[in-house]
Design a protein around this ligand. Structure first.
Ligand SMILES: Cc1cc2nc3c(=O)[nH]c(=O)nc-3n(C[C@H](O)[C@H](O)[C@H](O)COP(=O)(O)OP(=O)(O)OC[C@H]3O[C@@H](n4cnc5c(N)ncnc54)[C@H](O)[C@@H]3O)c2cc1C
Length: 222
């Protein structure tokens, strides 16, 4: 069987990290260009003649005898035989019993860094922090564990508690002793729950859901 995980502490200096004692390499880890991924997905969908309607919020649905009427925030309804809910972290807003909680992830990206030594994808502190190179920039995010209550939210946004900590780790551990500038900051909402597996199931006769990644939250409170 292929060995996926191995010790890699001898490589710490190669990446230029400071204050890091141990490194473990996982050859199953990879990077994905999510822009390219969405572009490919949309071209596949177009070939199959599937219509994509963007910017329409689903508010709920009515049961009709012969179908469901899905109610949109734009004031019109869409009739359907089957509804698949894939709103991930936001699942509870449509399915109150879903065991999915929101977990906000705050992210920043640096401006290009000449001669960047950090190449690859890295996880730190039980995975609560995540960084990778994007070309010659560093993308760095996480820190939900600094303030679980505030980050358990459906609201996009940034806080000084998390952003200051990200900047501190960036300048002292990941890119020590070198000038760097932050280019952009943003946030996203992850779907978390009490078990690792995703929730893919039929909810009722005409409704199914496929939500939540393979992430578990240890502090889950439902
Ligand atoms: C900052 C960040 C970084 C991540 N990095 C990684 C990574 O490197 N690797 C990895 O494997 N995973 C990563 N994840 C997790 C990954 O993003 C999710 O597992 C993945 O996006 C789930 O895809 P999805 O389509 O199920 O849900 P999402 O991508 O969350 O999409 C749900 C969609 O539903 C929409 N929506 C919500 N409510 C409604 C409504 N009522 N009506 C209509 N639309 C609605 C939302 O606007 C959203 O577009 C990351 C998550 C975040 C937040």
């Amino acid at each position: 069987m292929k060995k996926y995980v191995s010790k890699a502490s001898t490589e710490i200096d190669k990446f230029g990290f400071a204050g890091v004692k141990n490194l473990i390499k996982n050859c199953g880890e990879g990077q994905i260009d999510t822009g390219k991924m969405m572009k490919s997905l949309l071209s596949l969908v177009r070939i199959k003649n599937i219509e994509v309607l963007n910017g329409i919020e689903i508010k709920g649905w009515y049961h009709k005898e012969e179908c469901l009427l899905v109610e949109t925030g734009n004031g019109f309804s869409i009739p359907t035989q089957q509804l698949l809910i894939t709103t991930n972290a936001f699942a509870k807003q449509l399915l109150p019993d879903a065991l999915v909680e929101p977990g906000r992830a705050q992210v920043l990206i640096t401006k290009p860094i000449p001669h960047l030594k950090v190449k690859g994808t890295f996880h730190y502190e039980k995975g609560y922090f995540y960084f990778r190179n994007v070309g010659n920039r560093i993308l760095f995010g996480g820190g939900r564990n600094l303030d679980f209550k505030t980050e358990n939210t459906f609201e996009f946004g940034l806080t000084s508690t998390v952003q200051n900590h990200l900047e501190k780790l960036l300048s002292t551990m990941i890119l020590p002793n070198q000038p760097l500038e932050i280019d952009q900051r943003w946030s996203g909402i992850m779907g978390l729950g009490p078990v690792k597996s995703s929730i893919i199931k039929r909810v009722e006769e005409r409704i199914c859901c496929a939500v939540k990644g393979r992430r578990k939250r240890k502090d889950y409170y439902s």
